[in-house]
Design a protein around this ligand. Structure first.
Ligand code: 5RP
Length: 219
């Protein structure tokens, strides 16, 4: 199967987690886009939708959905999103698309987080994918200097502005042997808004599409 077909297969497998009246958080990225495009088929089951980015909001609205604010819905039943990397402990790297802050909020607000990926995203040790960190603009160089202490190479995502008006630093060449600790330590650097490590609130379910099948891992 081509990678795009795998992404689509994983996304469609997540539809079965949407139950009647579901308050649903929707992630961001090319995998989730397949999920969004299939949502009209189960429109009758959806109680409310909350988007993790402006791009996702626009796509949902194109399908005729009304998008609610998290303040209106309160906690969500389900969050469906992709990831850049995942490990067998359900820890993730996210934020390749730059939506990590709202994604982390929705993951935190949801009773269940179903993560949809193709098999290329499953890794033994997180960190081959550069770790995104959202920072307020004035703290960019300060946070970058602090990141060097973690033996990574911080690179400013030149010209990229998040939906929150902030900037992204991608940290290359990290060996994240302790994701829980790394998430905590990086999150404590002043000026950091969100670290793209989802270890404390990782996925509850991983749906992984490979060449032959779609596998589901549950925590
Ligand atoms: C966006 C994300 C995405 O979930 C992640 O980048 C995966 O994207 P894709 O499904 O396009 O491979 O975290 O901020």
């Amino acid at each position: 199967m081509h990678q795009t077909e795998k992404k689509r297969a994983a996304a469609l497998a997540a539809l079965e987690y949407v139950e009647d009246g579901c308050l649903l958080g929707v992630g961001t990225g090319s995998t989730v886009n397949y999920f969004i495009d299939a949502l009209p088929e189960i429109r009758h089951k959806i109680g409310a939708l909350v988007a993790s980015s402006e791009a996702t909001r626009e796509r949902l609205e194109k399908h005729g959905f009304e998008v609610s604010a998290l303040a209106e819905t309160g906690d969500l039943d389900l969050y469906v999103d992709g990831a850049d990397e995942a490990n067998k402990h359900f820890h993730l790297i996210k934020g390749g698309g730059g939506a990590l802050t709202r994604e982390k909020v929705l993951a935190g607000a949801s009773r269940k987080f179903v993560c949809i990926i193709d098999d290329s995203k499953m890794v033994g040790t997180l960190g081959a994918f550069p770790l995104p960190v959202e920072v307020i603009p004035m703290a960019r160089s300060f946070v970058s200097r602090r990141c060097i202490k973690f033996r990574g190479q911080p690179v400013w995502r030149d010209g990229f502005v998040t939906d929150n008006g902030n900037e992204i630093i991608d940290i290359y060449n990290l060996q994240i042997t302790n994701p829980l600790e790394m998430e905590e330590r990086l999150s404590r650097i002043p000026g950091v808004v969100t670290v793209g490590l989802f270890a404390h609130r990782g996925a509850d379910v991983l749906i992984i599409a490979d060449d032959k099948e779609v596998r589901t891992l549950k925590k």
